[in-house]
Ligand binder design. Structure first.
Ligand code: ATP
Ligand code: MN
Length: 547
């Protein structure tokens, strides 16, 4: 990053650096027209002018398309194998190594592509609301929509902070419009997302899905956080309006982190990425990235109203005449998304920091309909479930496919981990012990049967469960041990019919439930085998009792 030092000196000051002619020559980028930290309205104008497909929705959001890739490409992610970090990284399917030379080739390719463009966009902003743990991030990209996305998702600098920005800690080179060269060593497709932990550089080729950038920042945090004893977490966070007491919700994609954290009765700290330090928690991001499929003002008013001027709506279908968005259409993808600055949610707490959480919630979307909607975990069960990271998705929307697919993703964020899962688990265990936090498992998935027979838990019921956790009402309720998983299931919960709390009694065929539960227990045990050597005998014994 020595190059960026001289770059910072070359940066013009005052109003000028908010517009054109930012100097990127120290990076070997010779484009003259470089626009830094443009205001959203200006980015809209650029997007409409430069981008054939961009449009404005009838609520004022910027509609944009990411091309072929409408989700992350985990198989195309690479981490530079470097002598300084080699021993730290959990190498395998999540962290696939590339050599430094190949990284430089891809970086060069991105820059060569940049140099063919007549105009580039730069976003300089922060990651991490804790001033002691704040990273300066620079994004260099070709599409105004990507610039607006990162303007929304990173923490926006004030005018003064932008003037004083200096050398960034990390740089994202987003040349996603241009493919990787498949003949480059180690490339297996036209997509390549490469991270160098040492230089904190990220190169994106062959995918325009904006979510890659934010998860690149998260991956960096997942390396540097634990290195300094800070636990980085794939979770949302909220706080009580009166007491300020906080709570976090871990969960894999689609389990409800964003939906359930947009709660008008609580303060929103963040919807996806947080860190837990010796002083409490802080959000890494400055915005939210919500799933938009089937979004409706009746069920999710907070998120719905946030998709207005300044927000990016990615891969949605809209009426050509009225520009009214059809949130039910999955014609382009099931993974439609809206990205907005966190202050678009009315109860956002700025700055996005809070004290130590009193409740830690693991969200799972169990499409088998086996796990109870709410259960309490002992400290060792908490470790077992954190390392397992279970959720189950429906296999697909094609007719005839009714069998859900179990996913186990350690720490509820496998794709973004850099260290071995045990590193994060140990940090979590220590924090839970130290702060005496309660741990809950909440199933936001199926009830009354598996996918095909049962139905997804009503959002209003899950919200009632979350409220009961936060109001301390659940902590004093009598519980019953689940016969298969051994977890403590409350026998009552305010706002929730008692008969849905024990899943077996919601199935019309109890024998079918027993078979499904046994099968799922078997999948848990099979998955956990690979971690048995890394945990204590107590944690090992905290899984399902029957398999
Ligand atoms: P990602 O990590 O991909 O951002 P996420 O955990 O933030 O995922 P959400 O965006 O909150 O997931 O998605 C949950 C989806 O499930 C939403 O579309 C929501 O409307 C829907 N949903 C349906 N029923 C429930 C429920 N009982 N609890 C939570 N979400 C539900
Ligand atoms: Mn989310």
């Amino acid at each position: 990053m020595a190059t960026a030092e001289s770059q910072a000196k070359a940066a013009p000051d005052g109003d000028q650096d908010m517009t054109a002619d930012f100097d990127l020559t120290p990076y070997g980028i010779t484009v003259k027209d470089v626009r830094r930290n443009l205001a959203p309205a200006t980015l809209y104008a650029e997007a409409i002018r430069e981008d054939d497909q961009c449009d404005i929705s009838d609520t004022g959001a910027l509609i944009a398309y990411s091309g072929d890739k409408t989700g992350r490409s985990p198989k195309d992610k690479r981490i530079v194998e470097h002598p300084d970090s080699k021993a730290d990284v959990w190498w395998g399917p999540v962290n696939i190594p590339i050599d430094q030379e190949t990284f430089q080739i891809n970086l060069e390719r991105a820059k060569d592509y940049f140099n063919t463009r007549k105009r580039l966009y730069v976003v300089d902003a922060f990651a991490g609301w804790d001033p002691r743990n704040r990273a300066k991030v620079r994004v260099i990209c070709t599409r105004p929509y990507h610039a607006l996305f990162m303007h929304n998702l990173l923490i926006r600098p004030t005018r003064q902070e932008l003037q004083d920005f200096g050398t960034p800690h990390g740089v994202i080179y987003n040349a996603g419009e241009f493919p990787a060269n498949q003949r480059t060593h180690g490339m297996t497709s036209k997509t390549s997302i490469d991270l160098c932990l040492e230089t904190r550089e990220m190169v994106i080729l062959g995918t325009e899905y904006a979510g890659e950038m934010k998860k690149g920042v998260f991956t960096m945090m997942n390396y540097y956080g634990p290195k300094r004893g800070i636990l980085s977490m794939h979770c949302s966070a909220t706080a009580d309006k009166q007491s300020g007491r906080s709570s976090i919700m871990f969960g894999l994609s689609g389990t409800g982190k964003t939906t359930l954290s947009a709660d008008p009765n609580r303060l929103l700290i963040g919807d996806d990425e947080h860190c837990w330090t010796d002083q409490g928690i802080f959000n890494i991001e400055g915005g939210c990235y919500a799933k938009a499929i089937h979004l409706a003002p009746e069920t999710e008013p907070e998120i719905f109203q946030a998709l207005r001027f300044g927000a990016v709506l990615e891969n949605v279908v809209f009426d050509q005449e009225t520009h009214h968005v059809d949130f039910h259409s999955s014609r382009i993808t099931e993974n439609t998304r809206g990205a907005y600055p966190i202050e678009f949610i009315r109860n956002a707490q700025i700055p996005c920091v809070a004290g130590h959480p009193s409740d830690v919630i693991f969200l799972t979307c169990d499409a088998f309909g086996v796990l109870p909607p709410i259960s309490r975990l002992s400290p060792t069960q908490a470790m077992y479930h954190f390392i397992s990271g279970y959720t189950a998705k429906i296999a697909g929307t094609e007719v005839g496919i009714t069998e859900p697919q179990a996913t186990f993703s350690p720490c509820f964020g496998g794709p973004f981990l850099v260290w071995h899962p045990a590193k994060y688990a140990e940090l979590l265990a220590a924090r839970l012990r130290e702060h005496n936090a309660r741990v809950w498992l909440v199933n936001t998935g199926w009830s009354g049967g598996s996918y095909g027979t049962g139905t997804r838990m009503k959002l209003s019921l899950t919200r009632a469960i979350i409220n009961a956790i936060h109001s301390d009402e659940l902590a004093s309720v009598k519980t019953q041990a689940d016969p298969v998983f051994g977890i403590d299931v409350p026998i009552a919960c305010p706002g929730v019919p008692a008969e849905i709390l024990a899943p077996r009694s919601t199935w019309s065929d109890p024998a079918a439930y027993d078979a499904a539960a046994r099968r799922l227990a078997g999948l848990f045990r099979e998955n956990f085998k690979k971690y048995e050597a890394d945990v204590s005998p107590e944690v090992r014994a905290s899984g399902p009792r029957i398999a």
